[in-house]
Write a protein that binds this ligand. Structure first.
Ligand code: ZN
Length: 272
């Protein structure tokens, strides 16, 4: 075990010492708390922080305030995206929530940049042109865990209780996030030459698939295929099922590619 006394700050003659070395009293750049650092030439010139959290908050002021957005649709949309395409992670650099898109569609990078303009964070590219945003904030991380987004979430993900407490607008924003993550709209002409539009949603978690199934009031049953639970939704009633999901997109975030597909199906069915 560490010998604590070695790290103790001792005050004598109005000065602070640790290990007999004189310390400088400086202020945390972020929260203004007093901090003690080894007294040397640079200590007054550089930025000092209480800890990693204050340093992160200083460098990322938008992420520091992310929980102020808790009751907004865009924040709940972000959580929907994280529930499908993200994860929570505790790393050396801090408690981080990561959202990543594994493909090279330009609308995904655009969306990450829009999220960054609201909530800060770092965007970086992985292999295969996948793009990620990292949001490092203790309270946000704890909030994600508290609502049911666990570090190994894919199988056990269950946010049903939290979801039931959201207002209608935030519920739809969350659902849009889930669809923009793990859902898709497809359309094709079947073997009889008839147009068919379908929506699909896949999750590794049964309670999560069930929550979405129940919320959308679907009649179809949940299909289990290998380790996935799949909702295959007939879209002849697309407007009824999905229009609330896109009701507020003038002011809320969404993935363009999926909205355009939704529109094609909606317009086709409304014109026949
Ligand atoms: Zn501080």
């Amino acid at each position: 075990m560490r010998d604590k006394s070695k790290y103790e700050i001792i005050f004598k003659e109005g000065k602070a010492f640790r290990n007999n070395r004189e310390l400088a009293e400086v202020n945390c750049e972020y929260c203004n708390e007093k901090v003690y650092r080894a007294k040397n030439k640079s200590v007054y010139k550089r930025k000092n922080f209480c800890n990693q959290v204050c340093k992160q908050n200083y460098n990322n002021p938008l992420t520091a305030k992310i929980m102020d957005h808790k009751d907004t649709p865009n924040f709940n949309y972000l959580l929907g995206l994280i529930a499908s395409d993200g994860y929570v992670n505790r790393k050396k650099r801090g408690e981080t929530v990561v959202l990543g898109f594994g493909s090279k569609y330009p609308d995904e990078l655009k969306l990450l940049k829009e999220l960054q303009s609201l909530y800060g964070g770092r965007i970086h590219s992985g292999s295969n042109k996948s793009n990620y945003i990292h949001l490092t904030n203790h309270n946000f991380y704890e909030y994600c865990l508290s609502i049911g987004l666990s570090p190994k979430k894919s199988l056990s993900l269950d946010v049903t209780k939290w979801f039931s407490g959201l207002c209608e607008e935030n519920k739809w924003a969350f659902i849009r996030g889930c669809f923009d993550g793990d859902g898709c709209f497809t359309h094709f002409f079947n073997s009889f030459g008839r147009f068919e539009g379908r929506a699909n949603f896949t999750s590794g978690s049964e309670p999560f698939a069930k929550m979405i199934h129940d919320f959308l009031k679907l009649n179809t049953k949940i299909n289990k295929y290998k380790n996935n639970y799949n909702l295959n939704i007939n879209c002849s009633n697309i407007e009824k099922t999905f229009s609330p999901m896109y009701k507020n997109i003038e002011t809320e975030l969404y993935l363009e590619r999926k909205y355009l597909k939704y529109k094609i199906i909606r317009d086709y069915y409304s014109n026949i």
